[in-house]
Each structure stands twice: as structure tokens, then as C-alpha cells.
Design a protein around this ligand. Structure first.
Ligand SMILES: Cc1cc2nc3c(=O)[nH]c(=O)nc-3n(C[C@H](O)[C@H](O)[C@H](O)COP(=O)(O)OP(=O)(O)OC[C@H]3O[C@@H](n4cnc5c(N)ncnc54)[C@H](O)[C@@H]3O)c2cc1C
Length: 619
């Protein structure tokens, strides 16, 4: 059977990848171990959060699915860091994980050019250094010109609960036991990673009476620019805390904790630690905050955010019962750790194509990341690039100045890592530029150019550009000392310049807001509030943004100095041995990427710069 693209895995990476290739008009096959794992939220029933919210809006701006489906299945949402600067504000939504799966499955089942088959991929078939097909465990061969591997946490995965170990995927799904060998045969270096999830308890067995409630927020931005009706907050979350009894239980049973007995060998995500790791690592803390989050409207299951563990079941039960409000909690699902195979992501180009096999792309947790959002971000790029590969056109490489997606992939393919990679705002040097509110302004044009942004989305984007231009025109009007604006300044004891100033200039004053201007400029009511806020942010940060633009253009200079992927760095005199080894291992595509490789010093970059110049002159 012939396809253009075969996508292995229906998780958050696979869904974005197959949606992109099918929507771009290419015959696509989606292989999955289990149709019920389509877009399955294996762990926290939420999408977004710090930096992750930005990733979701970026996937949306490029024409992806996660933003639209997250808004459609939101049951509560909040803007994190709302009181802080725009650069660190991120949307986080509690998601109905049951309907997220069913609605995503429905979208994919109705997508032209896409076939979905429940089968285990066992081998990637390569001919003359290029992908030629995929073989299933049932020995069915699917021919294809490109293949995207998005196998998540399933490769040779096993779950661990105390000394109970079982070859299994998450949530009782089967694991994938055959494909890793095929990847090793193709030259992939394999790492062993782990992650963990908490218990699920029955809601009716929780005493909420003394627990702090956490409500959702209204009038906040959506994930998707295509969402017309903002989702409503229909559930509450609750807070509880660990206490000395919980900590005592954990410390007294560390000899039964697989993380400490050595039963778990895989490296876990530093920023999503298990509760036993938190109690040991932060011994000075007398309590850790936990969130009780409903998993879906159609179930009583409650997820305890921050309480993942792999302790034996009986200890888990005592740990849960030590928590306020959960003294009589009924545990429906045990917590567990899961270990799985991941690849060394520095073996990939920034296009997510494998360096040793043309047409083979890798996306998601199998690349060593952790998180639905990180997976979706890689899936959409891999999907677009599989199509560009087939077309023989330039592939999409997003710069660190364009997006968190660009930062994520650049970090993956440039920096070797020994633990799962989670996106954080601190990783993005241009984060003031990479805000959640302007993802479309940064990426929709690119998504259009690469063929994934359809007419609906593009016209919505053009409409927004038009709105922003019109709002700027209105705000560029200048006001004198007798104006309504001057009165607002007076009310706020803010000196109004005798030479007057424009509304836009006024917005740069910390005390003047777009809400103030709305009271004196009724014309502004004709425009969406989100667009008014966009202009407000642009004005308020204009100074910082201009400085960042200078940094970006300077950095771009070294990004534009291309390096030959076949260069032998051991031949370059003056380069330190460590740098020669690292450069030969990573084979950076430009000087900028070379400068971000750990172990390559600025002095090495200076040597390389001179070498490149000499080479050019010689040529
Ligand atoms: C127990 C657990 C705890 C987690 N904790 C966190 C956390 O705390 N924080 C966080 O950010 N993220 C966490 N995650 C991770 C999060 O679930 C993943 O990041 C995300 O789901 C990765 O998406 P993905 O698309 O890469 O892979 P997945 O969602 O894992 O999907 C992989 C897909 O590949 C399919 N598949 C695999 N192998 C084959 C094969 N050979 N043939 C056919 N199909 C195949 C599977 O059926 C599945 O559909 C956790 C996950 C688990 C399981």
C-alpha cells in the first residue's frame, strides 16, 4: 500500500504531524498502537502553563490543531503570571481529557487524505539511504516517501510501582517492543528516560470543606486565534498540601522507593519531580502544594497535581490519606513511573530530519522532551518538513528569534541533554518578543508560506493586521494640554508635557492603560479587546523591544554564516580538542548554532570565523 507519509504514533506530536501532511494535500497513514490513545493526555489533565502556553499559541498560529482543540475542550482556565510582565504570562487550561480524545479522533477521522490504522510499527524500511516504507508487527508493509516517528513514552516502556514492574505503556495501553531495534540498526543512539504520574482518586471520597478553592478566570485570551466563543469555566480545582506526616511516611519508606532502590534507571524531568524527590531534595520545606484537578466532566476521577510517585501501592494509600481532605480518599488508579526509550536528538537536523536517513523525521517525547505542548510543537514542524522533503523544497527551520518552537528545536539538536527537556521562559533569550499575544504576528505568515495556514485562518490574520494598523492610526493622534487625555494625566498626578503627546506615547507611561483611553476614544470600541491589548503591550515595551531587535539582528549575522555539514573540524588548527570533537559530533549548520554547542568557547568561534573567512577568500 502506497502513501506519501507514514506517521507512527497518535499522541500530541503524531496528531499535529499527520494533520499537517494530510491538510497540505499528501496521502498520509497514521499508525497507532491503540485508537483510544489518540491525543491521550497521559498525565496532567491540562494544556499550557508557563512557556507551554506560548507553544500552544504558536502551534495554532502555524495552522495546527492543539490550540483549537484545547479551547474546545477547556473546562477551566487561568492566565499564569497575570500580574507579571507580558513576557512571562502564559495561559493554562484544565482540559476534559475524555472529550479532548474523542473530538480529536473525530477531526482526524474526517480529515481528507488521512487513513488511520491500529497496528504496531516494527521496522523503518530504508533503501539507498532514504526512507521507503514501514513494516508492522503483522508484517504488513506500507510504502512511503517520508516517515515521522512520534512514539512518545511507548518504546520498550515499562511501568514501575514499588517492586511491581510490567512491560506496558501508560494507562494500561500496550508498549512498543520492536521499533527500537530498527532505530538502533539505523544508527540511532538510544537513551533511557522516565517520567511519573500521580494517583487518581474518586471525587466523592474527598472532603473539600476545608480546602482552598481555585476558580477559573474570565476575559482572558484564547489559545487559538480561530476560537470565536471563549470557553467557560465549569469546574473548580482545589488546593491541599503535604505535611509532616506525609514527609515522614516517604522518608521512612525510601528503601521501597524505586527511585532510590535503583529499580528505576531512566533519567526523569528535573522540573516535574516525583513527590519523594521533592521531599528529599527540598528537605527544608515543611509542605508542598498540591492541586486537585478533575480529569473530565464525565468521570469522578481527580488528578493530584504535584504528587506523582512510584512508591508501592500500600504506601501510596497511606501517603494519600495523610493529606488534608483526602483522609478517606478512594484511589481509583495507582501512581506509577514509566521508563521508555528516547533517541539522542543531536543526531537530527533543525528540520527534525535524521542526519543518517533522508526522509526520516522524529518528533515528540521520543526526542527527549517532556510535555504535550513540546510534542505538538515538534509534530507540526516535522509534518511540514516531511512535505517539503517530498516536494524537494526548502524545509522549515524556525529561528530562536521567531518562536519558542525555534528555541525548543534548536536546543534539542544543538545541546546534548541527559534529562527530559521541558520548555521554560528562561530558555528563550528573546522572550519579550515571543509573547503569547503575538504568536500569529510572528508565525502565521510563515505557516501560510509553507502551505499549512488555510484561507480562513489567513483572512482572520489579515483582519487582525488591519485592526492593529487602524488602532495605531487612532492612537498616533496627538493631544494638547486641554485634551481629555491631559485630564486623565491630571487625575493620575502625571505631568502632561506642554508640547503635547500622542495617545500611543501616553501608553508608554506605566500609569496610562488602554482602558483609560477607551473612556475617551469611543472609536476604539469597534476593535477586539485583544487587539487593543496587543497595541498597549507593543507601546509599553517599545523601548525593550527595540533593544531586543538590535540583539536579534546581531545574532542573525552569525546565523547567516553557513557551515558545511561535512566539515572535518579536526583539521582546523587552533580549535581546542573538545571543540573539534563536539563540532564533529553535532555538525552545526551555521556559526550561530556552533556557538551554542556546550564545550565550544567564544575563542573557538573566533578561530572558526577566521577559518571560514580564509576559506571564502581562497575560493
Ligand atoms: C506516566 C506519564 C507521566 C507524564 N508526566 C508528565 C509531566 O509530568 N509533565 C509533562 O509535561 N508531561 C508528562 N508526560 C508526558 C506527556 O504525556 C508526553 O509528553 C506527551 O504525551 C508526549 O506526546 P508524544 O506525541 O510525543 O507521545 P505520546 O503521547 O506518548 O504518544 C505516542 C503514540 O505513539 C504510539 N506508538 C508508540 N510506538 C508505536 C509503534 N511502534 N507503532 C505504532 N504506534 C506507536 C502510541 O500508541 C501513542 O499513540 C507524562 C506521560 C506519562 C505517560
Amino acid at each position: 500500500m502506497d502513501y506519501d507519509v507514514v506517521v507512527i504514533g497518535s499522541g500530541h506530536a503524531g496528531v499535529e504531524a499527520c494533520h499537517a501532511t494530510a491538510k497540505m494535500g499528501y496521502k498520509t497513514l497514521l499508525l497507532t498502537l491503540n485508537l483510544d490513545s489518540i491525543a491521550f493526555l497521559a498525565c496532567n489533565p491540562s494544556i499550557g502553563g508557563t512557556a507551554k502556553g506560548q507553544l500552544v499559541s504558536e502551534i495554532d498560529a502555524l495552522g495546527g490543531l492543539m490550540g483549537i482543540m484545547a479551547d474546545r475542550n477547556t473546562i477551566q482556565r487561568r492566565m499564569l503570571n497575570g500580574s507579571k510582565g507580558a513576557a512571562v504570562q502564559s495561559l493554562r487550561a484544565q482540559i476534559d481529557k475524555v472529550t479532548y480524545h474523542t473530538t480529536m479522533k473525530e477531526v482526524l477521522e474526517n480529515l481528507p487524505n488521512l487513513d488511520i490504522v491500529q497496528a504496531e510499527a516494527s521496522e523503518i524500511i530504508v533503501e539507498d539511504g532514504k526512507v521507503a516504507g514501514v513494516l508492522t508487527a503483522q508484517r504488513i508493509r506500507y510504502n512511503c516517501k517520508a516517515c515521522i516517528v512520534a512514539t512518545g513514552v511507548y518504546l520498550n516502556s515499562k511501568i514501575i510501582i514499588g517492586d511491581y514492574i510490567k512491560d506496558s505503556g501508560p494507562n494500561g495501553f500496550s508498549n512498543a517492543s520492536l521499533l527500537t531495534k530498527s532505530l538502533i540498526d539505523l544508527g540511532f543512539k538510544i537513551k533511557r528516560y522516565k517520567t511519573g504520574t500521580p494517583v487518581r482518586v474518586h471525587s466523592d471520597s474527598i472532603d473539600y470543606s476545608n480546602l482552598e478553592v481555585q476558580k477559573g478566570e474570565d476575559n482572558i485570551q484564547n489559545f487559538s486565534y480561530m476560537t470565536k466563543t471563549p470557553p467557560s469555566n465549569v469546574i473548580n480545582c482545589y488546593l491541599t498540601y503535604t505535611n509532616s506526616r506525609t514527609h515522614e511516611l516517604i522518608l521512612n519508606n525510601l528503601d521501597k522507593a524505586p527511585m532510590y532502590t535503583g529499580l528505576i534507571t531512566g533519567e526523569g524531568p528535573r522540573y516535574c519531580p516525583s513527590i519523594e524527590t521533592k521531599v528529599v531534595r527540598f528537605a527544608d520545606k515543611d509542605r508542598h502544594q498540591l492541586f486537585l484537578e478533575p480529569e473530565a466532566m464525565s468521570t469522578k476521577e481527580i488528578y493530584i497535581q504535584g504528587f506523582s510517585t512510584s512508591m508501592p501501592s500500600d504506601i501510596q494509600r497511606d501517603m494519600v490519606h495523610s493529606l488534608e481532605g483526602l483522609e478517606n480518599a478512594h484511589i481509583m488508579r495507582d501512581a506509577y513511573a514509566i521508563e521508555y526509550d528516547a533517541i539522542e536528538s543531536t543526531q537530527l537536523y533543525p528540520t527534525l530530519e535524521y542526519k543518517n536517513v533522508s526522509g526520516l523525521f522524529m518528533a515528540g517525547q521520543v526526542n527527549g522532551t517532556s510535555g504535550y505542548e513540546e510534542a505538538g510543537a515538534q509534530g507540526i514542524v516535522a509534518g511540514i518538513n516531511a512535505v517539503k522533503y517530498i516536494e524537494g523544497n526548502d524545509m522549515l527551520v524556525l529561528g530562536r528569534d521567531t518562536s519558542y518552537i525555534g528555541v525548543l528545536i534548536d536546543d534539542l539538536v544543538t545541546k546534548e541533554s541527559s534529562e527530559p527537556y521541558r520548555m521554560m521562559t528562561s530558555r528563550a533569550e528573546y522572550r519579550l518578543h515571543l509573547r503569547q499575544d503575538n504568536a500569529d504576528l510572528r508565525l502565521t505568515e510563515i505557516g501560510r508560506e509553507f502551505g499549512l495556514v488555510d484561507d480562513d485562518r489567513y483572512s482572520a490574520y489579515l483582519k487582525r493586521l488591519d485592526n492593529l494598523a487602524k488602532i495605531s492610526d487612532i492612537l498616533n493622534a496627538r493631544c494638547g494640554i486641554k485634551s481629555d487625555l491631559a485630564k486623565i494625566f491630571a487625575e493620575k498626578n502625571e505631568a502632561f508635557p506642554s508640547s503635547g503627546l500622542s495617545y500611543a506615547e501616553a501608553l508608554r507611561r506605566p500609569c496610562i492603560t488602554i482602558d483609560d483611553l477607551l473612556t475617551i476614544l469611543p472609536l476604539l470600541n469597534d476593535y477586539p479587546y485583544q487587539d487593543l491589548k496587543e497595541i498597549e503591550i507593543q507601546e509599553k515595551y517599545s523601548g525593550y523591544l527595540s533593544r531586543q531587535d538590535i540583539q536579534i539582528s546581531q545574532a542573525k549575522k552569525s546565523e547567516n554564516v553557513k557551515l558545511d555539514p561535512d566539515m572535518d573540524y579536526s583539521q582546523i588548527k587552533g580549535l581546542r580538542i573538545e571543540a573539534q570533537q563536539k563540532l564533529n559530533k553535532i555538525k552545526p549548520l551555521n556559526l550561530g548554532q556552533a556557538s551554542r554547542i556546550s564545550g565550544v568557547s567564544p575563542a573557538d568561534i573566533a578561530v572558526l570565523t577566521v577559518f571560514i573567512k580564509t576559506l571564502k577568500t581562497a575560493k
